[in-house]
Design a protein around this ligand. Sequence first.
Ligand SMILES: C[S@@+](CC[C@H](N)C(=O)[O-])C[C@H]1O[C@@H](n2cnc3c(N)ncnc32)[C@H](O)[C@@H]1O
Length: 257
Amino acid sequence: MINSTERKPYVSYLSKKDERFAQKFAKQHGLKFITPRNLRISDAHKLVIWISEGKISFQDLSLKNSKPFKLNYLNFKKINSESSLLKKCFSKKDIGKKVIDLTGGYCIDALEISSMGFSVTAFEKKTWLYEFTKQCLGDISHTDLKDSSQRINFICGDSLKLANKFRDHEIAYLDHMFEIKNDARAKKEIQFLRNLDLNDFDFLAIIKLIEKKFIKKIIYKSALHTDTKSLINLNPSRVIKGKAFKYSIFHIDQEAL
Ligand SMILES: C[S@@+](CC[C@H](N)C(=O)[O-])C[C@H]1O[C@@H](n2cnc3c(N)ncnc32)[C@H](O)[C@@H]1O
């Protein structure tokens, strides 16, 4: 799918001594380096990656009172909540199976899935986002979350090309960027990703992945109004609806393919 809506964040520095690191990071990840001054006066978007003492943080300067942020997974209460919608997508039959997270992003969902005891292989194709998330996962100090994070194998690359190497994984999780009508309640971390791009997932490739015959179950997070059948040409066996999105669960009869 051609992505016509992608915006790339700028890379800058918080302290002059980090200027060279910021320039290097921008170059490595194909992003544009900008000085803090030029960023302030620029008319373009204000999504920025700050490089400071080798650490990465994000900020959307267009938001009033915004501050640079890293991920504190403890702020995402659903990870440890026993009754979260995502947890309802798994059943006793899934115990012991491995999960592929096709759209890793910040790995909040991957961490929630791994907190249930699953081994998760998560992919993120944006190299700069992969670096950020990898750093944030590495910074986890809370014991329970640390154990869960160790069950995540986080890989940089296109899941739809690489998943085939993980044929012992039977469950695929998919949360591509989608538009939510009333986004005001989304956390700043999620808003940051949403302000970058939408429609970033190639559904034809997921059909090809299903045809590789190892995925037996797909959990697909989408907007409430999404017609999932038109995207992956399968009827969900279950749909779990929240206020702003839904999870559709597909069981794939590999014999019938
Ligand atoms: C909505 S975010 C996922 C958020 C994630 N569920 C979380 O808990 O943080 C979607 C992410 O999927 C990534 N993505 C989209 N297509 C991908 C692909 N084919 N392979 C790997 N990552 C992909 C995007 O770059 C984006 O960061």
